[in-house]
Design a protein around this ligand. Structure first.
Ligand SMILES: Cc1cc2nc3c(=O)[nH]c(=O)nc-3n(C[C@H](O)[C@H](O)[C@H](O)COP(=O)(O)O)c2cc1C
Length: 199
């Protein structure tokens, strides 16, 4: 089958991409608003993009209403900082609560039961239950696609501090079996590490 994206709805294009770009790691992004309210949201359009300096990106989509920006992006643009907390299998249910469309005045730490801990270099809080956290400073926000719901932004941030649970790290190698990362598949499906193929 060949498919021209111009003939599809936004949702159909989304389904083709999220059903074939997988498994995707989940950045659980924690931020603080300019009024001091904490926020958490998961993003699976997420990747590392540079090691010098260590840099990541993720992509919050536009919303239909209001500023058309998700709370995470509003907070990052207001404060210039955010934390990427890696999501593990045991964090799935609480992570899912953080994905609900709460208004900006709701603190997702309270809703999900995750525990906020101070960062070392930045104002945004880290999530204690996540064994790997990156403190990030905003470098660039690039609008992508249409200025309508489903259009998007690319948020690029430099990692200014790594936090890794002691039991996971040796000589800068992460023990991925101990980490038990959670990955998103299509729709509401997820997977763990599964079979590891040694190349
Ligand atoms: C596993 C998972 C991955 C998600 N990935 C993305 C993503 O990459 N981009 C996006 O815009 N929304 C994504 N979402 C939806 C957001 O988490 C959701 O819109 C959230 O309410 C945004 O919160 P905020 O307004 O507090 O930033 C994802 C949801 C889940 C459950």
């Amino acid at each position: 089958m060949i498919i021209n994206p111009d003939d599809l709805t936004v949702k159909e294009n989304y389904k083709l991409m999220t059903g074939s770009i997988l498994p995707r790691p989940i950045a659980l992004v924690s931020t603080v608003s300019k009024d001091g309210i904490f926020n958490i949201a998961p993003f699976s359009y997420f990747s590392g993009i540079c090691s010098n300096p260590p840099t990541i990106c993720f992509s919050p989509a536009r919303k239909a209403q209001g500023t058309m920006k998700k709370d995470t992006q509003v907070n990052i643009e207001d404060t210039g900082v955010f934390v990427v907390n890696m999501t593990t299998v045991s964090m799935r249910e609480a992570m899912d609560i953080c994905s609900r469309p709460f208004p900006p005045e709701v603190d997702e730490f309270k809703e999900s039961g995750f525990t906020p801990v101070d960062s070392v270099k930045i104002a945004a809080p880290r999530i204690k239950e996540s064994p790997i956290q990156y403190e990030c400073e905003l470098r660039q926000v690039i609008p992508v696609g249409r200025e309508a719901a489903g259009g998007s932004f690319l948020v690029i941030g430099e990692i200014v501090m790594f936090h890794v649970a002691d039991e996971l790290i040796e000589n800068y190698r992460i023990d991925m079996e101990k980490l038990q990362p959670l990955a998103r598949l299509a729709g509401n499906t997820y997977c763990g590490l599964g079979e590891i193929i040694y190349g």
